[in-house]
Design a protein. Structure first.
Length: 307
């Protein structure tokens, strides 16, 4: 991007890539910054069964790959770098990436998605990549025939436990409440799988081991009792938080931490738009992310006409 681009899109998930297709079709020069880490949440799912146009399940990888090809084919430039600074207080807006390059843009669409919430334990950081993971599809392979523990109670946790049950010998599913938040159909499947053991009203208070995870301490919230269980892996599926770090203090967020947008995806700063999970209060799905990406790109095109 040597000149000032019309639309700089930060994020290469369904929101950002759909925004890129719509921005290009509206005639805007378009650059997508797509950080390989953490990568789109779509990459964490083995099988997507609810994206329109795919009567058979499609892997998150394949769906994203198609979206990338479509965005590149439409003429968007995709740069696989992380935006580490976004200056949104004056126009043209400026972005700096982790390779040290600076880019200028007339409009910016924030589509940075969401990142997994942690349990907040020091030992979680210590064993990251050494038995602690937030992605069963990415790392489940390493636990064939072993014992793993999934922490969480929503759809993501239930989905991770079901996926891991096909690979691991034993799966503990630890949830802090007395009932799961995940959908009824997933709950039924969990209870039907013989090698999944649910541990309710409980939280992981420590992860222990040598070079790798070997055990965890689990505290029962009702009795106050703590016990150790042996486990080779811990998959944290305690939900996601919107990835708003680079816009902190520059854009208005709502009380839940998502970027506040109007129905067109306009943020509190004229010329800056947001789409996908980073701005979605209710339905965090690929299809809603794609739809909001389309809306944000069209709003950006409208905004450029006013300059
Ligand atoms: C385990 C799991 C299973 C799921 N299953 C389904 C399902 O079956 N069906 C469904 O519809 N949805 C599913 N979802 C939800 C769906 O994946 C998300 O709603 C969707 O991916 C959100 O799209 P997005 O574009 O907003 O964000 P993401 O897909 O998270 O993409 C954000 C992108 O922005 C990049 N990024 C972040 N910060 C920066 C930066 N500073 N610079 C550059 N790039 C950056 C990230 O690396 C990533 O590539 C699932 C999610 C999970 C976690």
């Amino acid at each position: 991007m040597n000149e000032i681009t019309d639309a700089a899109i930060i994020g290469g998930g369904p929101a950002g890539l759909t925004a890129a297709v719509y921005a290009r079709r509206a005639g805007l020069s378009t650059t997508v910054f797509s950080s390989p880490e953490p990568g789109s949440q779509l990459l964490k799912t083995e099988s997507i069964e609810n994206y329109p146009g795919f009567p058979e399940p499609v892997s998150g990888y394949d769906l994203l790959d198609n979206m990338q090809k479509q965005a590149s084919g439409a003429g968007a430039e995709i740069i696989e770098e992380t935006v580490i600074e976004a200056e949104l207080k004056k126009t043209p807006f400026s972005l700096k990436t982790d390779s040290g390059k600076n880019f200028m843009a007339r409009t910016v669409i924030i589509a940075t998605g969401a990142v997994p919430r942690s349990l907040g334990l020091d030992s979680e950081k210590k064993f990251a990549g050494k038995g602690v993971s937030s992605c069963a599809v990415c790392d489940g392979f390493f636990f064939r025939g072993k014992t793993v523990t999934v922490a969480g109670g929503g759809d993501t946790a239930l989905g991770e436990a079901l996926y891991l049950a096909k690979i691991a010998a034993k799966v503990y599913l630890v949830h802090r409440r007395n009932e799961f938040r995940g959908t009824e159909s997933l709950q039924k499947r969990i209870h039907a799988v013989a090698n999944i053991e649910t541990i309710m009203n409980s939280v992981i208070t420590e992860i222990d081991g040598g070079k790798k995870v070997e055990s965890i301490a689990i505290k029962n919230n009702v009795t106050g009792e703590t016990r150790m269980i042996k486990t080779d892996g811990v998959f944290i599926a305690a939900g996601q938080r919107p990835a708003t770090g680079i816009v902190a203090g520059q854009l208005q967020l709502d009380s839940t931490g998502i970027i506040s947008v109007d129905a067109q995806g306009r943020t509190s700063v004229p010329g800056v738009f947001a789409a996908g999970d980073v701005a979605e209060p209710v339905c965090r799905q690929a299809v809603t992310a794609a739809a909001s990406g389309a809306r944000a790109a069209l709003a950006a095109a409208d905004y450029l006409k006013t300059l």
